[in-house]
Ligand binder design. Structure first.
Ligand code: CP
Ligand code: NVA
Length: 306
């Protein structure tokens, strides 16, 4: 199938990603100025959610409507996907009716299987392995506050999860140094770590990772699908809470990011989202603008010809 997909940041060139980030800011400006911009009139995005979501669902749905199109929410509970219809068959059928498909799933192979049989672009709205759309928003947010991230140092504190894996891909694509501080047994994807080479450093001590960093980011200690591990993880990750003191040890102009939802008192201190160095709300808003740029990039506008 010839459609262009966005399953990972590595599906784009660094130049394409740079343009997406800039375009996200331009589309944000158009929206702030109340300019109507509807290149995707009559285009339809299907959204398959196997996991819960607030930001991803809203930003894709609102984004499609703002671009002049529509989005349809699909859950395995209400479709034949939940009753065992093969991913490949579903992909063939759905992509004959839709102009793009966004999938939030557990196994990353669901995305790759679907994409292999889809005639339209498939977008990763989060898998157990990666969360590339969040990274578009994070990179846009950094750029808006501090300019280029190239050559900067980013600290990832906590679980080596899907977000951490996408930060490793971002380090390669946006050319920054990444220091990951995680407990033993919670390391990120080994193949990506090897691929990133000396761009990514794996540490145990959060203070060592945060020292002098220009961006500190973290995420929940137990991701969706890990509900059975919550108690064990709470104990293991206790020393990995990000608080104001940790930000004080970073660069003077450090930013703090969290993809949200956050658990105050766990991976972040109660007051961290109120700290002026936190840009978590801008980050959340930028999901909308960054993904509108992505949709504009991936989805062909309808032709005017009859
Ligand atoms: N950050 C993020 O993906 O949020 P949701 O789970 O609410 O979509
Ligand atoms: N790591 C989290 C991110 C949620 C947006 C999860 O997968 O649940």
């Amino acid at each position: 199938m010839s459609a262009r997909h966005f399953l990972s940041l590595l599906d784009c060139t660094p130049q394409e990603l740079e343009s997406l980030v800039r375009r996200g800011s331009e589309l944000k400006d158009l929206r702030k100025r109340g300019v109507l911009f509807e290149p995707l009139k009559s285009r339809v995005l299907g959204m398959i959610f196997e996991k819960a979501s607030t930001r991803t669902r809203l930003s894709f749905e609102a984004g499609m409507i703002q671009l002049g199109g529509q989005a349809i929410f699909l859950s395995p509970r209400d479709t034949q996907l939940g009753r065992g219809e093969p991913i490949s068959d579903s992909a063939i059928v759905m992509s004959r009716m839709l102009d793009a498909v966004m999938i939030r799933t557990f196994a990353h192979s669901t995305l790759t299987d679907f994409a292999a049989h889809s005639s339209v672009p498939v977008i990763n709205g989060l898998s157990d392995d990666l969360h590339p759309c969040q990274l578009l928003a994070d990179m846009q947010t950094f750029h808006e506050h501090r300019g280029s991230i190239a050559g900067k140092t980013v600290a990832w504190i906590g679980d080596g999860n899907n977000m951490c894996n996408s930060y490793m891909e971002a380090a390669m694509q946006f050319d920054f140094q990444l220091r990951i501080a995680c407990p033993e047994g919670y390391e990120p994807n080994a193949a990506l770590l090897a691929q990133a080479g000396d761009r990514v450093m794996l540490l145990r001590d959060p203070r060592e990772a945060a020292a002098g960093a220009h961006l500190i980011s973290t995420d929940v200690w137990a991701s969706m699908g890990q509900e059975d591990e919550v108690a064990a993880r709470m104990a293991t990750f206790r020393a990995y809470q990000v608080d104001r003191a940790l930000l004080d040890s970073a660069a003077d102009d450090v930013l703090f990011m969290h993809c949200l939802p956050a658990h105050r008192g766990e991976e972040i201190s109660e007051d961290l989202l109120d700290d002026p160095r936190s840009v978590a709300w801008d980050q959340a808003e930028n999901r909308l603008h960054a993904q509108k740029a992505l949709l504009e990039f991936l989805v062909a506008p309808a032709s005017n010809n009859a």
